[in-house]
Design a protein around this ligand. Sequence first.
Ligand code: NDP
Length: 510
Amino acid sequence: MNTQVSIEGSAAPEKNSAMNINTQLFINGEFVAAKNGGTIDVLNPATGELITRIAAAEAEDVDLAVSAAQKAFPAWSEMPAAERGRLLFKLADLIEEHTEELAQLESLDTGHPIRDSRRLDVPRTVACFRYFAGMADKIEGSVIPVEQGFLNYVTREPIGVVGQIVPWNFPLMFTSWKLGPALAAGNVVVMKPSEITPLSTLRIAELIKQAGFPDGVVNIVPGYGYTAGQRLAEHPDVGKISFTGSTQTGRNIVNASTGNLKRIQLELGGKGANIVFEDANIDAAVNGAIWAIFHNQGQACIAGSRLMLHESIADQFLDKFIALAKTIRLGNPMDANTEMGPLTSELHRTKVLSYAKIAVEQGGKILLGGTVPEDENLKNGFYVLPTIVEAKPMDRVAQEEVFGPFVAVMRFKDDAEALAMANSTEYGLGSGLWTSNLQRAHSLARKIKVGMCWINSYKRVNPGSPFGGVGKSGYGREMGFESIHDYTEAKSVWVNIDAKIPPHLERGTS
Ligand code: NDP
């Protein structure tokens, strides 16, 4: 992990004016030091140098945040929905106004190439907040056609205090995916960003205050998973946890949540099958496959990390794919020409590199990369070269989530074999199909066990489209109307509209 805790007594961190961010915890509308004065060093993944130091939330701080949220809940949930929407629109506008600042902060903290932060991370964050701002006053109930004499209507009510645990791969964007639906539906939030990449979320906390959200509606408590995260997951007054991260941590969260049987929504790992058939537009598929695995250095749960090629086009495809991968410009994330930055932490780079060794041990063939770049300018950052490995479907590199710029290539002879290979992992998140045969595309899209399938495309997301997986990729959905269902409880109300004693209540009847 590229962070370390240091306990500094009362020397709590304060605002980092140079970067215009407040480095303290955001609880009840105020920035405050952690109770025990603990801090965490946040490092620049491109250089390994210290960016800043932030306050480290522990259980006691999480308790304060939950209790602030609880106090804020009645007024927030009873506020006219359109007014909640207005505040979310205001926040989206403020984020848009600060696009360049937020893009730079995100790239500095995560290693995302600045061109991606500018054109994807920030605009997608704005779009997501706007989508849910507009949704706030459209969360309708329903009327059920029951027997004569009765009216039965169903309303959707907020859950209450929601705990949200955000990983380090897309911290800014995931902040909007989680806050947007939760707040639109009238919940209050305690969010724990990853301690590795907390900076954009802390800046969002300031913009939340500036937008005029009531105190306590959103609380941001960066800290370690085993302390702050664990407390949030087991807290008796938290009604739901929304978690994005590894399958193992998802399991730990489910175990920690049983005390009050809180609701859980899990967006976990993936091992995306990206399948290219013999009738595909090869150049489009090559470009799509590059994007699928190398965007954000492959640190994406939906990454196309298994590239499955029909045997008749595999050699031709690989020639083009490898040639294009060699042209990817690795470099300083802040350089507008950079296409691939460093991985987000040193520990994670070690994990990704270990898979090159594992691939070879199992008989895999490294076709490109598998090491760090030789460029002297990149030697202190956590870089890994684009890596392409030919492997067998049940090899570890074809089964386990590497979460880096690392793709396992496999060949298939027909649709049945492609489908069996695609469904052979324990995950089921994203997948891609490249073909000009419409019938094949729709037939396979139906049979692949995943939450999302892209045809002649890969890795498209939109705030209106549900995002999530099946199997060990988790359950529940983010975004779209589906997410509103996940952030509300259905309440069924029965009214005796004839005001007569219904037959089943009359004395002597059963
Ligand atoms: P984790 O799942 O461990 O971490 C994700 C978040 O959960 C972090 O904020 C983490 O805090 C927190 N957390 C950890 N333990 C607990 C706990 N017991 N209770 C509550 N919260 C907890 O992922 P890693 O960062 O360790 O990455 C490991 C692997 O997970 C990656 O290589 C990748 O395969 C996968 N991953 C998948 C993601 C996705 O988008 N689905 C995102 C990130 C990772 P802390 O950092 O302090 O542990």
